[in-house]
Design a binder for this molecule. Structure first.
Ligand code: SOE
Length: 395
């Protein structure tokens, strides 16, 4: 293995597993990285028994004091996977120590925390990253390239959904249902992804949000007696006592893009029938694109410049190493990829940026992720005030 960098992972849980898996695998598949991660230390609270997590995933050390872990002079890069309210404190600690830092999405639970992280990153002048992993599905990265090449021309419509069903009434009051820990509910968790995806694929920015609706279908949930076993909610057990839900289960809103496209965004944790269905449909003058994560190896492309008699949706399997982003590091054509590959692809791009090389597709830094956070905030303002909100008024 070539040049290395010691990584500290702050947190465990579901994203702790996806990120640990990424660091474990990245150098085995991206064999020409200019920098390779060493799984040096993982932080976990005493009660989370970080030694078990460290041993399972191959972290050399573990610690129960996140400030100490971050300030260890052997650590070169800090990666935060704690719940949203705990993105800002460790990020500020890492930036104060002049260390590059990554955070899981959304950048923070609140716009204020996000702003503090952006300001500190500007001062520290070190690389920052936010794990919007779906950009690194080969099909989404291909869509970004096709729009950039002008394949669909002027964009008229953007339609995005992120639909899950795990938020059923019997799901306990996990941290994702608590404003003080998550900042918002499905909105910051799911709309964050599709706002980032829409901005990434179109290369355009949202300038106005309107018609937003935020709904909490399940007003109270049982206090968990056991945390989820490293999944979203799997394994979490309720108890008799109930607690009030103070975040949304679903948020829908309309938006305008700077270049004129109109858009709709819809997310829900009670979209019965969809387990993890995020995606977009983008209609342009010269063509259209359609992606659905539950069928993540395919991108649908409609070429409106083709001869009318053969004009139709091309169902492209994006698994060709020679033609589709990231696939060259993986398997032969049509030996399809999965959810975890987006994280491993992102770990490869982070290593490239840390070594001052170009990523395969852009990675959002804190400033870029702040733009997504502003749209999240604008949608909540629009829902609460029942009026259009201009992004220029949301700083
Ligand atoms: C829960 O909704 C969740 O784990 C999100 O937090 C992730 O970002 C998403 O990729 C899968 O679902």
């Amino acid at each position: 293995m070539g040049k290395t960098i010691n990584v500290a992972l702050i947190g465990q849980g579901f994203m702790g597993r996806t990120h640990s898996n990424a660091y474990l695998k990245v150098s085995k598949f991206f064999t020409d990285l200019p920098l390779n991660p060493v799984m040096h230390t993982v932080f976990g609270m005493e009660a989370e028994n970080p030694q078990v997590f460290a041993d399972r995933w191959g972290w050399k050390n573990y610690g129960t004091d996140w400030k100490k872990v971050i300030n260890n002079e052997d650590i070169g890069f800090v990666d935060i996977v704690t719940p949203n309210h705990m993105h800002m404190p460790p990020a500020m600690e890492a930036l104060a120590a002049g260390k590059p830092v990554a955070s899981e999405k959304p950048i923070a639970g609140t716009l204020a925390d996000a702003r503090a992280m952006v300001d500190a990153a500007k001062k520290a002048k070190v690389p920052t990253f936010v794990w919007y992993n779906y950009r690194r599905c080969p099909a989404v990265a291909l869509a970004h390239q096709l729009v950039k090449e002008g394949k669909i021309g002027r964009v008229f419509h953007v339609r995005c959904v992120y639909l899950q069903e795990w938020g059923a009434p019997d799901t306990p009051l996990l941290w994702r249902f608590q404003k003080k820990l998550a900042g918002s509910g499905a909105h910051g968790d799911l709309n964050a992804h599709i706002i980032d995806m829409a901005r990434f694929v179109t290369g355009d920015e949202i300038v106005e949000v309107t018609g937003a609706i935020a709904e909490t279908f399940v007003k109270e949930r049982t206090i968990p007696s056991a945390a989820s076993a490293g999944g979203i909610a799997a394994g979490a057990k309720g108890s008799v006592k109930k607690g009030k839900v103070d975040v949304d289960d679903a948020v829908l809103f309309l938006a305008r893009f700077k270049k004129g496209a109109v858009a709709s965004f819809e997310c829900s944790r009670l979209a019965t029938g969809y387990k993890n269905q995020n995606g977009f449909e983008i209609h342009g003058e010269k063509g259209a694109l359609r992606f659905r994560f539950e069928d993540m190896n395919y991108l649908d492309y409609y070429d409106n410049t083709a001869e009318p008699k053969v004009r139709g949706w091309n169902h492209i399997i994006c698994t060709s190493g020679a033609n589709h982003p990231y696939v060259g590091a993986w398997w032969p054509d049509a030996h399809i990829l999965g959810y975890e590959h987006g994280f491993i692809n992102q770990a490869a791009d982070i290593m490239k940026v840390l070594a001052r090389k170009a990523p395969v597709v852009p990675i959002p830094d804190f400033a870029d992720a702040y733009e997504t956070q502003r749209v999240l905030e604008a949608a909540l303002l629009s829902a609460n005030q029942r009026c259009p909100i201009k992004l220029a008024d949301v700083k």
